[in-house]
Design a protein around this ligand. Structure first.
Ligand code: MN
Length: 227
């Protein structure tokens, strides 16, 4: 095949304790998956979660220095468990879901909250609030064959050393098997897909010069800073 110009590099994420990298195909995200966060955003915690996407090349790794994004004065962090899919499929059952997971990582769903607020009130799409450049920091992927599957465990985020989010994965409204079952009923999942599984309460604003660290039990941590 002859391309008219060189294709973009394959987006990828580090794999823990390995020289190999996890090739990223697509990035899916779950909205409102922790009841207390849904409430802090003014939503009914009984609403079912829903999905949005970010471009695959929005992914950046541990220690990334991210330029403060354009077109916002209200950039927010959202600490999230990231599920890395290793085996694709459609209409995956909850019982089969875990067998489709390659591993897990620590992520941040960076959000231009002012643009999201405007989109929500105008009934417009969230894409530009969620899917901007470098909006999907993700730490090293830990293989499920080594860390097992994560249904519980502490997830916490600090900004410049001050804890701002501190919750447990078991607080999720929809667990990982339910997320995979629901998402695979909407699209055919494929190896390389990442799923950001939603954030607990305590979201807030970050500014130029801030350093943000997220940690999840068994998955280590992810640190980024804003330039
Ligand atoms: Mn989120």
């Amino acid at each position: 095949m002859k391309f008219t110009f060189p294709p973009a590099p394959q987006p990828s994420v580090a794999i823990a304790e390995s020289g190999e990298r996890f090739p990223v195909r697509r990035i899916f995200c779950v909205g409102r998956n922790y009841a207390a966060h849904a409430r802090e955003m003014g939503n009914d915690d009984r609403d079912p979660p829903f999905f949005f996407t970010k471009p695959a090349d929005a992914v950046v790794g541990d220690r990334a220095v991210i330029p403060y994004p354009a077109a916002t004065t209200d950039l927010h962090y959202e600490a999230e468990l990231v599920v890395a899919i290793g085996k694709g499929g459609t209409n995956i059952t909850q019982a089969q879901a875990l067998s489709h997971i390659w591993g897990y990582g620590v992520g941040i769903d960076l959000t231009r909250r002012d643009l999201q607020r405007a989109a929500k009130s105008a009934g417009k799409p969230w894409d530009m609030a969620k899917g901007f450049d470098s909006s999907a920091p993700c730490g090293a992927i830990h293989p499920a064959s080594q860390v097992g599957h994560l249904a519980s465990g502490r997830i916490c985020l600090d900004v410049n050393g001050v804890i701002r989010q501190d919750a447990d994965l078991s607080d999720m409204t929809w667990g990982v098997p339910e997320i995979i079952a629901a998402l695979s009923g909407l699209v055919e999942l494929a190896p390389g897909d990442l799923i950001y599984t939603g954030t607990p309460e305590g979201v807030g604003q970050i500014k130029r010069g801030d350093t943000i660290t997220v940690a999840i039990d068994r998955l280590g941590s992810l640190t980024i800073s804003l330039a």
